[in-house]
Design a protein around this ligand. Structure first.
Ligand SMILES: Nc1nc2c(ncn2[C@@H]2O[C@H](COP(=O)(O)OP(=O)(O)OP(=O)(O)O)[C@@H](O)[C@H]2O)c(=O)[nH]1
Ligand SMILES: [Mg+2]
Length: 418
C-alpha cells in the first residue's frame, strides 16, 4: 500500500513575553513618587487543534513554522502590556504528535476539537511596581520578558479515504487520481494494473481538501471473491463518498449503464447500506466518447477526461461539497484539552566541563529575566532562588564553597549563605 501514512515536521514557537517597565509616579508636590512600572504582557501560545475539515498534513510540508504573537511591553502608570495572540493550528483528526528526535508519542489528537499546547507562551516580565516592599522603597529594576524557543515535532497521520473510486478495470481510476493529487500509481491499458489501493490528497485551496482512494478494479462477482475479491470492498466501506467511474470509451466491454448496474450490484451484495452512501456517477475518457454518444446508456452526473483535463475542477468541487456534508453529519464527541505535565522543582546536574548546573524553569527564569548588574535586582533574584530551594538542592548535591555554578547563562561562585 502506498501513501497511507502522511508525515511531516513542524516547528512551533510561542510569543515572547513583553518586558516589565521601570517608572515612578509623578506627583505635583513629590519629586519622585512610588514605582508604577506595569508588567509586560504574556506572549501567545501555539495550540494544535484536531479539525475534521482538515484531511492531510500537506499544509506543513513547505511551511512548517507556526509562531504566536509577542506580548507588548509594560508602561508607566501601572499600565500592563497586551497579551500576544494565540496561534491555533488546525490538524486532521487522528494526527499523532511525536518527539522529532526519539519518535516518542507525545499525544494523539483523536477526536474533533482535541487541543494540545504545542508551544507555551513566554511570560511577561514584572514591572518595578511589583518589587515595592518595606525594604525596597524605590526599586529601579524590572524583569525582561521571557523569550520563547523553537520546538520541533514530528506529525503523523494514517490517511483514511473520504472518497473512494469504484469502477471496472481500466476505467481510468489511477489516471484520475494521478492528475488531481500527487499520488503516482502505475497506469496501463491492461486490466488489474492496480493491485493495492493508493491514497492521494486532493487539495483545492488552503481551506479545502479531501483524501481520495484509487482501488483495484471491480468486476462482476467481486463480492463472491472473483477478480481481486472483496478485500477492497472493505476499503470502500470506510469512505464517506463514492465515485462510480464509468468508462465512456468501453466499446468492446459493458456499456456505461451496464457498468453502473454491475458495480452497484457488487456493492449491494457485499453490504446493502453502501448504496445509500452519497455518490457521484462520473463518465471518464470523454475525449474519446461522450455521454451523448451513448444516449440513455450513460446515466452520468458528470463527464471528465483526465487526459484532456476537462471537467476536473467541477468534479473536485462537487466531491468537496459532498465530503463536507458527510463530515458534518458524522457524530462528534466533544474534544478534550490535553495537558502535558510541566516539569517543576529544581534539579542540580553537572555539565560536561564539571561545572554545576541548576535546572528548572522557575530558577532559570529568576535569573534570565533580571538585569543582575542592578544591585536591587540581584538582591531580589537571590531571594527568589532561596525560596525555590536552590541553595538546599546545591548543598544536597554536594556543592562546595568556591565551586562554580551555572543557572541558564548566568555563572557564579558558590558561597555558603548565598
Ligand atoms: N483517452 C483517454 N484515456 C484514458 C483516460 N484516462 C485513462 N485513460 C487510459 O485508460 C487506460 C487505463 O487507465 P488506468 O488509469 O490504469 O485505469 P484503472 O481504472 O486504474 O485500471 P485498473 O487499475 O486496472 O483497475 C490507460 O491506458 C490510460 O491511459 C482519459 O481521460 N482519456
Ligand atoms: Mg488502476
Amino acid at each position: 500500500m502506498s501513501n497511507f501514512v502522511d508525515e511531516c515536521n513542524i516547528c512551533l514557537r510561542g510569543g515572547d513575553g513583553g518586558a516589565g517597565c521601570v517608572s515612578f509616579r509623578r506627583e505635583a508636590h513629590v519629586s519622585r513618587g512610588g514605582p508604577d512600572g506595569g508588567d509586560g504582557g504574556h506572549g501567545g501560545s501555539v495550540w494544535l487543534i484536531a479539525d475534521r475539515n482538515v484531511a492531510s498534513l500537506l499544509a506543513f510540508r513547505d511551511h512548517p513554522h507556526r509562531i504566536a504573537g509577542n506580548g507588548s511591553h509594560g508602561q508607566g502608570a501601572k499600565k500592563h502590556g497586551k497579551r500576544g495572540a494565540d496561534q491555533l493550528v488546525r490538524v486532521p483528526v487522528g494526527t499523532t504528535v511525536h518527539d522529532h528526535l526519539t519518535g516518542d508519542l507525545l499525544v494523539d489528537l483523536a477526536r474533533h476539537g482535541d487541543r494540545w499546547l504545542g508551544a507555551p507562551c513566554g511570560q511577561g516580565g514584572q514591572g518595578n511596581a511589583r518589587f515595592l516592599s518595606n525594604r525596597r522603597r524605590a526599586p529601579a529594576f524590572a524583569e525582561q520578558g521571557e523569550k520563547s524557543h523553537d520546538l520541533w515535532y514530528r506529525l503523523e497521520l494514517k490517511l483514511l479515504a473520504d472518497v473512494a473510486l469504484v469502477g471496472f478495470p481500466s476505467a481510468g481510476k489511477s489516471t484520475l487520481i494521478s492528475v488531481v493529487s500527487r499520488a503516482k500509481p502505475k497506469i496501463a491499458d491492461y486490466p488489474f494494473t492496480t493491485l493495492e489501493p493508493n491514497l492521494g490528497v486532493v487539495r483545492l485551496d488552503s481551506e479545502n481538501e479531501f483524501v481520495m482512494a484509487d482501488l483495484p478494479g471491480l468486476i462482476e462477482g467481486a463480492s463472491e471473491g472473483h477478480g481481486l475479491g472483496h478485500r477492497f470492498l472493505r476499503h470502500i466501506e470506510r469512505a464517506g463518498v463514492l465515485v462510480y467511474l464509468l468508462d465512456l470509451a468501453s466499446v468492446d466491454g459493458p456499456n456505461p449503464a451496464e457498468q453502473l448496474t454491475a458495480l452497484r450490484h457488487e456493492l449491494e451484495a457485499y453490504r446493502p447500506s453502501l448504496l445509500e452512501r452519497p455518490s457521484l456517477v462520473v463518465g471518464s475518457k470523454r475525449d474519446v466518447l461522450t455521454a451523448d454518444d451513448w444516449g440513455a446508456d450513460a446515466p452520468v452526473d458528470l463527464e471528465i477526461s483526465s487526459v484532456a483535463n476537462s471537467g476536473l475542477d467541477e468534479l473536485k468541487w462537487r466531491l468537496m461539497s459532498l465530503v463536507s456534508k458527510w463530515r458534518q453529519s458524522e457524530p462528534t464527541a466533544e474534544g478534550f484539552v490535553i495537558h502535558r505535565p510541566q516539569p517543576t522543582g529544581v534539579q542540580v546536574a553537572r555539565d560536561d566541563d564539571g561545572v554545576w548546573r541548576v535546572l528548572g524553569r522557575e530558577a532559570e527564569r529568576a535569573v534570565a529575566l533580571s538585569d543582575l548588574t542592578d544591585i536591587g535586582a540581584l538582591d531580589y533574584a537571590q531571594a527568589r532562588l532561596r525560596k525555590l530551594g536552590v541553595e538546599k538542592a546545591l548543598r544536597r548535591a554536594g556543592v562546595k564553597e568556591g565551586d562554580e555554578v551555572r543557572i541558564g547563562t548566568f555563572e557564579f561562585e558558590y558561597e555558603e549563605d548565598l
